[in-house]
Design a protein around this ligand. Structure first.
Ligand SMILES: *Cc1c(COP(=O)(O)O)cnc(C)c1O
Length: 404
């Protein structure tokens, strides 16, 4: 039987616990029994192949919207030149059903809801998680309830309502405060409110590590750069590799790179200053809207793991984020600003000699560019305005030559 374990003190809790954090605020993770003996098997989807690594009994393909199985690509010449990294790879999670990696965690949350006989699933989200849960709830016939902050982009809000979710926009001076308040209601209303760093969602994210393990034919990457907010994604990816190590399927762990916007870098600041605890940021404003958690619950675990495992951490300015979004786009990848951060982070770390040459470096492409149209107002839009009379002349100008 699986159980939940506090990630710092090791205290144990029942698997079915509603609250996603220990009473002292520490992140919880699922301890799957006999992980050492777990083995991949044949199956169409990664969660079928790695079923022995998962805690759910009630997994059913009917809950899937076709998430996962995303490409792990060579980044191409221009991104390698920009970063100075020779073996640069992109794990393109924008190809998930709702265009972000959140879908993997949402599937896990639906498995859990089914297992517990729940008919409602609730979440707190700046957008992508809410959008994802709304879609998966619609698929599974489970009601979705999403708490959003004021700054959630309209594209994501519209997606949630289109999927039929109940959306509650909570006006609050600070997102972290809002999260804490809403999570505080979970026990009272006997509601499972899944957050971005919950133990169940994290089980979905670890499947990405298993998929990369297959795609790289058992070689762990040297580094994996992850734009980090609530911390669930980076935690899940690393847990996947820890479990592969425990099962004897790999012999070393990748080093994670924690990436945040300089305007909101509670974890990166702590790691850079050698502190043990999150440095809270309030009233955060960054174009990287999807990574705006200013005081992430359970963030201390990430700081502890960073020092224990030699992870790297880097922050990125607003101008650097917008530049990276353009550089990605010019390489054929249209990503949202939060995703663009990691390109600059690895460029800076490589320039500083922190990333060893020759090692494979994976960038997680967490979300697609069309999910945040408002952020594009900061980007130049060079369109040639023409007319029926002028189009011949404008074409000549564009081509730099006349016909014939
Ligand atoms: C949620 C999200 C992140 C941050 O992931 P966490 O698990 O909250 O750390 C990064 N990028 C995008 C596009 C996201 O939607």
């Amino acid at each position: 039987m699986s159980k939940l374990v506090s990630t710092i003190t090791g205290r144990e809790f029942p698997f079915g616990r509603l609250e996603e954090f220990a009473d002292n605020g520490e992140a919880l993770e699922v301890a799957v029994p006999n992980i050492r003996g777990a083995r991949p098997r044949a199956g169409a989807s990664v969660w079928e192949r790695f079923a022995e690594f998962l805690p759910f009994k009630a997994m059913n393909a009917s809950a899937s919207l076709g998430e996962g199985n995303t490409p792990l690509m060579d980044a191409g010449a221009s991104l390698k030149a920009f970063t100075g990294i020779e073996r640069l790879l992109l794990k393109n999670e924008t190809q998930n059903p709702t265009w972000s990696f959140k879908d993997r965690g949402s599937l896990a949350c639906i498995f859990m809801a089914r297992e517990m006989g729940e008919t409602l699933t609730a979440t707190i989200s700046t957008g992508n998680m809410g959008h994802s849960i709304a879609a998966y709830g619609a698929r599974a016939g489970i009601r979705a309830l999403v708490f959003v902050p004021e700054f959630a982009p309209r594209e994501k809000l519209m997606a949630m309502t289109m999927h039929g979710a109940t959306v509650i926009k909570v006006h609050a001076p600070d997102y972290a405060l809002m999260k804490k308040t809403v999570l505080g209601l979970a026990g009272e209303f006997r509601l499972r409110i899944v957050s971005g760093n919950g133990p169940i969602r994290t089980e979905g994210y670890k499947l990405t590590a298993f998929e990369m393990h297959e795609q790289m034919r058992g070689e762990p990457p040297g580094y994996i750069a992850v734009p980090t907010s609530a911390c669930g994604h980076i935690r899940g990816l690393f847990k996947g590799y820890r479990e592969l190590l425990a099962a004897g399927l790999i012999t070393r762990l990748p080093r994670m790179i924690v990436v945040q916007a300089a305007n909101n870098s509670p974890i990166v600041t702590a790691i850079k200053r050698g502190l043990k605890q999150v440095v809270p940021f309030t009233n955060v404003h960054t174009v990287a809207e999807a990574i705006t958690t200013g005081n992430p619950m359970g963030g201390d675990e990430i700081i502890a793991k960073a020092s224990q495992h030699g992870w790297l951490a880097e922050d990125v300015t607003e101008d650097e984020i917008l530049e990276a979004q353009r550089v990605f786009a010019q390489a054929g990848y249209f990503v949202e600003p939060a995703t663009a951060t990691s390109l600059q982070a690895v460029r800076k770390l490589r320039a500083a000699g922190r990333i060893a040459p020759g090692e494979p470096v994976v960038l997680m492409l967490t979300g697609a560019g069309l999910k945040d149209l408002d952020a594009l107002k900061f980007q130049p839009c060079s369109i040639v305005e023409s007319s029926l009379d002028a189009v011949r002349r404008d074409l000549e100008t564009a081509l730099g030559s006349r016909p014939g």
